[in-house]
Design a protein around this ligand. Sequence first.
Ligand code: PEP
Length: 253
Amino acid sequence: VTSRRPIIAGNWKMFKTLSEAAALVEGVKPLDAVTGGVDVVVCPPFTALDRVVGVLRGTGIAVGAQDVYWEDSGAFTGEISPVMLKDIGCRYVIIGHSERRQFFGETDEKVNRKIKAVLKHGLVPIMCVGETLAEREAGRTEEVIHTQASAGLAGLAPDQAGGLVIAYEPVWAIGTGKTASDQDAQQVIAYIRSLVRDWYGAPAADQVRIQYGGSVKPNNTAGLMAQPDIDGALVGGASLEAASFTGIVQAAH
Ligand code: PEP
């Protein structure tokens, strides 16, 4: 039994022009009527954030960004600060997504700086961790998760750790159509929770919400959500259509 509120977040990645984003979020908006008991978040590209926040104003659906820089302002060409995200009404920020780690040089140390910066401004980080296929096959899953989580979460206060969202996203399951089995996802997520317990104590471990991500679809959501330590999903591909995202949120109840 858990008192943690499930959280389903859609990561739109580098998809959707402004008009496409507006159309998608109009399709997601009716979910507000059925979100009782589940937190719903959409994470559009930066260019569509302000528009999407506007469409969702007055609903219970929250908006998140897909990345952030850790300084408040300054000569950092091309970057977006937590202050800017907060200012336009973002409440969540995805940090350390595996695509950023693979393609954009995101390190555990940068992830840690971003998490602290986001928390300082009252936003909620969604920190992503996950092993590659080679790492899993070599039996190194827990070692990799331990390294990413210990560096990413270093130096937080226990109540900050408890307020986080962590997404366990095995890299081999992202956008591949291969989902981790319910049991495999549960096992790693329970391990992550045990790490939070070791580092930040039982209250933080009981409170922290840990999502599964990797080819989540309406038809595999309920099985994942039935696992005791899985508190929701981070959804990529299936969040790009209102119907499939809605199906996932409904299956999460
Ligand atoms: C993601 O990008 O976070 C993700 C889980 O993608 P997909 O659902 O497409 O596998």
